[in-house]
Write a protein that binds this ligand. Structure first.
Ligand SMILES: [Zn+2]
Length: 191
């Protein structure tokens, strides 16, 4: 007899799946509008972690209706373009900041690393102004934010260091149903 595997999930702003991502259940309705399930989206997540090596995870079965799916696909494309633009703009900005910092005595590698992060963040902000904002204003009806997923290394609730999957579910109603279906305990905010 085999016990059914259960995912272990925490909920913050996003869902953090600590264990058994393949046992995650998706509510059988469109993850954006609650309509019929016509298409299932999937992700291939891969990342090289310094201590844990290469981690490869397939995620599938994210349901969308026929109307929403093309909008989601466009949303994903825009996300990718934004990421590239953030680097294209952010790295030269960071390089300029690092160059001017390097003229001062006592510049450390840590400071340079920090400036690189700040530069890319500025780039990401600019890419929002240049791409995300106009798209939001002009193509509101043809683009939608996708359910997104990525990998992080973290200390899990049981204290063990490992890789978890972050799931970003932008639609609140669906996110709540997802939480319920997977037995996610909602941590009440401390007052
Ligand atoms: Zn839909």
């Amino acid at each position: 007899m085999e016990l059914e595997k259960k995912p272990r999930i925490r909920r913050n702003k996003n869902f953090i799946v600590e264990e058994n991502i393949d046992a995650v259940h998706w509510p059988r309705e469109c993850a954006r509008c609650g309509g019929s399930v016509d298409v299932e989206d999937k992700f291939t997540l891969e990342k090289d972690f310094k201590t844990l090596g290469k981690i490869h995870i397939n995620l599938s079965g994210i349901p969308y209706c026929r109307e929403c799916f093309p909008m989601i696909q466009r949303g994903k494309k825009i996300g990718q373009v934004r990421f590239i633009l953030a680097l294209v703009l952010g790295i030269p900005i960071a390089a300029l900041m690092i160059l001017s910092a390097a003229r001062q005595p006592g510049t450390t590698f840590i400071l340079c690393g920090l400036l690189l992060v700040i530069g890319v963040l500025i780039g990401y902000g600019l890419s929002w102004l240049i791409i995300a904002l106009p798209v939001k204003l002009l193509f509101k009806k043809s683009v939608a934010e996708p359910v997104d997923a990525w990998l992080i290394e973290e200390q899990k609730a049981n204290g063990i260091q490992g890789v978890s999957v972050v799931l970003e579910i932008p639609y609140r109603t669906y996110a709540d149903k997802f939480a319920q279906l997977n037995g996610v305990v909602i941590e009440e905010k401390k007052k």
